[in-house]
Design a protein around this ligand. Structure first.
Ligand code: DP6
Length: 360
């Protein structure tokens, strides 16, 4: 079994010239949800996600060797503007990964980042953002240690991204990622994401995810606080066990292509996630009236047309509409005609399964 020691950089410190790298990393959408964690970003249960294709963060990191003054030294720009309020997040990330990347304080970093999705869309940018940053850290480490294998590069990138934000570890590779130890996946780990190792049925090829932007406002409760509330949660133990069972079932579904079972599992997971929020203490609700309007419309449409479209939710009010590629035309018509009206400024993002982070 791979342990954290595997990821500690031990090579000699060496002098390298200034340089830079650019990576794009996508967002991902969980089907079996990660909700609840232990110390050091270890998930309370395994999760499975589809990597997305269009919702991405693009990050350039330029590094210059400097004298180690005991601090992390960096500037951060978002869409070419200095962004001071992001710096504590990055500083915390560097702190969390420092024991694995002890070379960080020997460089001055200039970090430029931008998203391909609307800035304040409320869609989780921590997964793509932390993943893009982790890829760049690994590009630097690769310069320091050119012998590194591609497998180690990607595994450590996922490991580092996880320390930034749990779900970010599922954004390094595509198309289907498992994170967290599970009996049916012998290579699975709590420390990093792994690619779904079995054949995936044609039905799921280029699976579509259209993200309906219901509410772009600041969330009242952050994911971090939500995860915390799973400690001492009355239903936590059963929820964690259920996630294991659902992941076993989802494995079979992805192999056999059973869309009816897929729909039931995906929607149940989404509602369970929000049920956990509603039953924690303090309790909270992240869905909005329009979230429920959309869910009901999807159910109505599915009943009437038998088109296998369903929804999932992340930790917010937005709705991810999931459907096979072959139904794209009808479902996009339906979204445009009947669901866009429930979105802020009628906005939605058309996305689908993708291949993971890319070096630019
Ligand atoms: C509901 O990965 O954002 O989207 O590890 O605290 O950064 P932190 O949390 P985060 O939580 C994501 C929760 C979720 C479900 C999921 O993506 O699996």
């Amino acid at each position: 079994m791979i342990t954290t020691n595997h990821f500690i950089y031990t090579a000699q410190n060496q002098i390298i010239p200034a340089g830079q790298s650019t990576w794009s990393a996508p967002s991902n959408i969980a089907l079996v949800k990660y909700w609840g964690k232990k110390e050091d970003q270890i998930p309370a249960n395994p999760s499975l996600s589809f990597t997305l294709n269009n919702c991405k963060t693009i990050t350039t990191v330029a590094y210059t060797p400097v004298e180690n003054n005991g601090e992390f030294q960096f500037d951060f720009y978002f869409e070419n503007k200095p962004k001071e309020d992001f710096k504590p997040k990055i500083n915390k990330f560097f702190q969390r990964i420092e024991s694995y990347c002890p070379y960080l304080k020997n460089f001055y970093f200039t970090i430029h980042s931008e998203n391909t999705f609307p800035h304040s869309s409320g869609i989780a940018s921590s997964a793509s953002g932390m993943s893009a940053l982790a890829m760049n850290v690994m590009s630097l480490e690769k310069v320091l240690n050119p012998e590194m294998t591609e497998e180690f590069f990607n595994q450590k990138a996922s490991f580092l991204a996880r320390l930034g934000s749990g779900s970010a570890c599922r954004s390094v590779k595509g198309n289907v990622i498992v994170w967290g130890e599970h009996k049916d996946f012998s290579e699975s780990s709590d420390l990093f994401g792994v690619q779904f190792p079995f054949q995936i049925h044609e039905n799921f090829k280029n699976y579509q995810d259209t993200i309906l932007l219901v509410d772009k406002g600041e969330k009242q409760v952050s994911s971090t606080v939500g995860h915390d509330l799973m400690h001492n949660h009355p239903f936590a133990q059963q929820r964690f066990e259920q996630a294991h069972v659902n992941l076993s079932n989802l494995k079979t579904i992805l192999e056999t292509g059973n869309l009816t079972d897929f729909i039931a599992l995906a929607e149940s997971e989404a509602l369970t996630l929000h049920a956990m929020m509603m039953t924690s203490m303090p309790y909270f609700i992240l869905m909005k009236p329009n979230t429920l309007q959309i869910i009901n419309k999807i159910w109505e449409f599915r009943n009437e047309t038998s088109i296998p479209v369903c929804f999932t939710l992340d930790a917010g009010a937005n709705v991810h509409v999931l459907y096979p590629e072959q139904n794209k035309t009808e479902v996009l018509d339906f979204i445009q005609n009947q669901l866009a009206t429930f979105c802020q400024n009628g906005q939605f993002i058309i996305d689908q399964m993708g291949n993971g982070a890319e070096k630019l």
